[in-house]
Design a protein around this ligand. Structure first.
Ligand code: COA
Length: 400
């Protein structure tokens, strides 16, 4: 894709996602795109489909690995269900195989789209709706930081420092370019739906160090005669329980609101542990980051393992046949080796399920329970599950 194709992409985007972008939204939204990593699918002279890759680093258990952040995938309504997305995905995977990142990640607009392309569910997110009348929490950490309130655009540097401190310890977190920060904090007046501007609460230590941030907006309603507004949290990241608690104390108790909605928390977030009546928060678990192991040996060798394991995996991968077949994964605390082998397999599984466990979620355990793994050596599946599981719930704090 070139700069000349961008007006056509704007038309395609408006039609594919059913939106009309303001000039500002378009400018901020497209700024993170890398022209030489944008793929256009043309039918004659018409741009019928598009998909892009962003250059990122992904935190995995113990390390980080270069990852392609797949985004802006779309097909014109006039060309749907004729294989355009499939062609884009196949081309993208082939390009990545030939010298790109060993792993690709994405957020899906619908959870049914990407498994057919070998993406597995690498992280899940928790959403909650906490009523102010049921926001009582058990005593938590002491020495809470103070909060500074302001405009996210003026606090990006401090938010970036918090994010950098958290990123290395939470698998699923990604590096973010300056353009990506501006994009994820952009406050489009046309999309506020009657709500306030986006705001930032920054948790700050006594020495002035930023420890956590929350971006949120409020929507105030009076339809019952009493104030019944909501606090809508876009992103919340903190590097200690005290900072998390200070931010929640504010978000769950904003004047003239009756509830607070948080749609992207990690599964191990302390909210439900602190709430006195957690069921009232209506917790729901949904898909988070989808992961594609593009070059499975490099991807597996790029992370650490929680327990020693030595298994031969017979891998199915219909979309990327270069990954299919038998691999020996031998790992302990000192390192990991992944190599082709002719030895008999201990277990067989699909690349989607290996990808589901890649960031350390307990997907392999769930795949065993679901009968998605075939075990030839008793205990091999449990050994793999124990070893691949991480000590933090994988999570990506922002959607790209
Ligand atoms: C999702 C989208 C990109 C699919 O494009 P497409 O060119 O119609 O997809 P294809 O024809 O290559 O379809 C490939 C397969 O995926 C399936 N599929 C497509 N969209 C799907 C969806 N939303 N949910 C589940 N399956 C879907 C197709 O049925 C097809 O299955 P088959 O191979 O068994 O026949 C397109 O519908 C679109 O632009 N949607 C709106 C924007 C969007 O959601 N983009 C994705 C952002 S993450």
């Amino acid at each position: 894709m070139t700069d000349e194709d961008m007006p056509a992409l704007r038309r395609l985007d408006d039609w594919a996602f059913g939106v009309t972008s303001s000039d500002r939204r378009w400018e901020v939204g497209t700024a993170p795109l890398e022209r030489d990593r944008q793929l256009g699918a043309f039918v004659g002279a018409e741009l019928a489909g598009h998909a892009a890759a962003l250059t990122m680093d992904l935190t995995v258990p113990g390390r980080s690995v270069p990852a392609a952040g797949i985004t802006w995938a779309m097909v014109s309504p006039g060309h749907r269900r004729r294989g355009v997305l499939s062609a884009l995905m196949d081309r993208q995977l082939a390009d990545l195989r030939d010298g790109g990142e060993p792993v690709a990640v994405l957020w899906a607009s619908e959870s049914g789209i990407y498994p057919r392309f070998g993406y597995g569910l690498g992280s899940r997110r928790l959403s909650a709706r906490v009523a102010r009348t049921h926001a009582a929490m058990r005593p938590g950490p002491s020495g809470l930081p103070t909060l500074a309130l302001g405009d996210p655009a003026d606090m990006l540097e401090e938010c970036g420092r918090v994010y950098a401190a958290v990123r290395g310890s939470v698998p699923g977190m990604l590096t973010r370019s300056a353009a990506a920060w501006r994009e994820s904090s952009h406050d489009d007046p046309d999309r506020r739906g009657g709500g306030s501007a986006l705001r930032c609460a920054l948790a700050v230590s006594a020495s002035g160090e930023p420890l956590g941030f929350a971006w949120f907006g409020t929507e105030i309603g009076w339809s019952t005669g009493s104030p019944e507004g909501s606090v809508e949290v876009r992103e919340i990241v903190a590097d200690s329980p005290a900072a998390t608690r200070a931010l929640l104390n504010h978000l769950l108790d904003v004047d003239l609101t009756s509830h607070c909605v948080m749609e992207n928390l990690p599964l191990d977030h302390p909210l439900l542990t602190w709430l006195a009546d957690p069921r009232r928060a209506r917790p729901v678990v949904e898909d988070g980051l989808w992961v594609r192991l593009v070059r499975v040996d490099e991807a597996l060798a790029a992370r650490s393992y929680a327990a020693p394991v030595d298994v031969v995996i017979d891998l199915t991968d219909d979309r990327c046949p270069w990954n299919a077949g038998r691999w020996r994964l031998a790992a302990d605390h000192s390192g990991c080796e992944v190599a082709r082998t002719g030895d008999p397999a201990d277990l067989a599984l699909d690349v989607r399920d290996l990808a589901g466990g890649y960031l350390g979620d307990d997907h392999i355990d769930r795949a065993v329970v679901a009968g998605l793994l075939e075990e030839y050596t008793p205990g091999a599946a449990r050994a793999l599950a124990r070893s691949i599981r991480g000590d933090r719930a994988p999570w990506c704090s922002f959607v790209f």
